[in-house]
Design a protein around this ligand. Structure first.
Ligand SMILES: Nc1ncnc2c1ncn2[C@@H]1O[C@H](COP(=O)(O)OP(=O)(O)OP(=O)(O)O)[C@@H](O)[C@H]1O
Length: 314
């Protein structure tokens, strides 16, 4: 039986009053492109740091390809490449040497380390900067370099903590291409992001975290199907009041300047029934547009902070 790339069970971590991880359960299968979403402070970075041995959990277990992150630290750590949110790079050496050291740290011999370092710099497109110090790279090049450093040990699990935060559109697409190619070649990816579009485009499944717990795991499509879509219908003759429609899944019907706006769960499935019902009632539908819920809307709904309501009502 193949072990999952990540298996976390009952993970707990507390900082003073803050329960950063609260009984977290999460499994990521080998080869998946897995997204970890959640508002600021949800516990995403704490979880990643637990996997790579930077945070000692209070309770629970975490395994990487079947290796316990604490008891089998070396085996687990050597399988992970991580591009952290905060840059923690040796600033005094040419970047190619930083990569060689990193490969050496993972037990890779000198000659191969050199080759790996060269390949990694070429993969991320900063080969011409190989003799430059990290501090002298531009912001975008620093992002590329941090990814190269994660790749240099040829990891089975690549962890990317907000890899595209604050980068321009071109670099974002470049980084997506590189990461996608890694995933196509079999590398498991764990990605945290605040860009919902990024999760929608890249991830096979996403977990939504809040308050140190997993709220939900699903494919981006499944999550979006849980949101409400708006179907805007232009009728040959607009009625003076919104017609009543007896179709399952409808949550609201409104007359707007654009036409009849019907809000429904799973818009693409409900639309034909809405059309039939309208035509049966004597209306002629000239055009129909389905505006799908975004993953962002579903995400915001799922992680809306109950405490906000408590404060408002207090
Ligand atoms: N070293 C620490 N000492 C004290 N509190 C910490 C420490 N690290 C994290 N926390 C707290 O734990 C909680 C979870 O933080 P974490 O960084 O894991 O969240 P996150 O989901 O990665 O957030 P973001 O999206 O902002 O990066 C937060 O309330 C944070 O303030």
């Amino acid at each position: 039986m193949t072990e999952p790339a990540i298996r976390a069970s009952g993970l707990q971590k507390r900082y003073g009053d803050v329960q950063a991880l609260d009984d977290l359960e999460l499994t990521v299968e080998q080869g998946e492109f897995f997204g970890l979403l959640g508002p600021n402070g949800a516990g995403k970075t704490t979880f990643i740091n637990t996997l790579v041995g930077l945070v000692h959990k209070d309770a629970g277990t975490a395994e990487v390809f079947g290796f316990d992150v604490e008891d089998d630290y070396r085996e687990a750590r050597d399988r992970i490449g991580v591009a952290p949110q905060e840059f923690n790079v040796d600033r005094f050496f040419p970047i190619i040497e930083v990569l060689e050291h990193k490969a050496g740290y993972h037990g890779i011999g000198r000659k191969e380390a050199r080759e790996r370092a060269e390949d990694a710099l070429k993969t991320v497109g900063i080969w011409d900067k190989r003799d430059t110090r990290f501090d002298w790279l531009s912001g975008g090049m620093k992002r590329r370099f941090v990814l190269a450093r994660a790749l240099v040990s040829d990891p089975d699990l690549l962890i990317l903590d907000e890899p595209t935060a604050g980068v321009d559109v071109q670099l974002r697409h470049d980084l997506w291409d590189i990461i996608n190619r890694m995933n196509d070649a079999g590398t498991t990816i764990l990605l945290t992001t605040h860009y919902i579009e990024e999760a929608e485009r890249l991830c096979d499944r996403v977990a939504i975290m809040d308050d140190g717990q997993k709220v939900e795991v699903a494919t981006p499509d499944d999550l979006m199907a849980r949101g409400t879509d708006t179907i805007v219908l232009e009728l040959a003759e607009m009625p003076r009041t919104a017609p009543r429609l007896d179709v399952e899944g409808i949550t609201d019907i409104e007359l707007t300047d654009e036409g009849l706006a019907v809000t429904a769960m799973g818009g693409s499935q409900t639309a034909p029934a809405i059309m039939r019902e309208l035509e049966a009632k004597g209306h002629t539908v000239n055009s129909l547009e389905i505006r799908r819920a975004s993953l962002e809307e579903v995400f915001v709904d799922m992680t809306r902070d109950d405490r906000e309501y408590a404060e408002v009502s207090a």
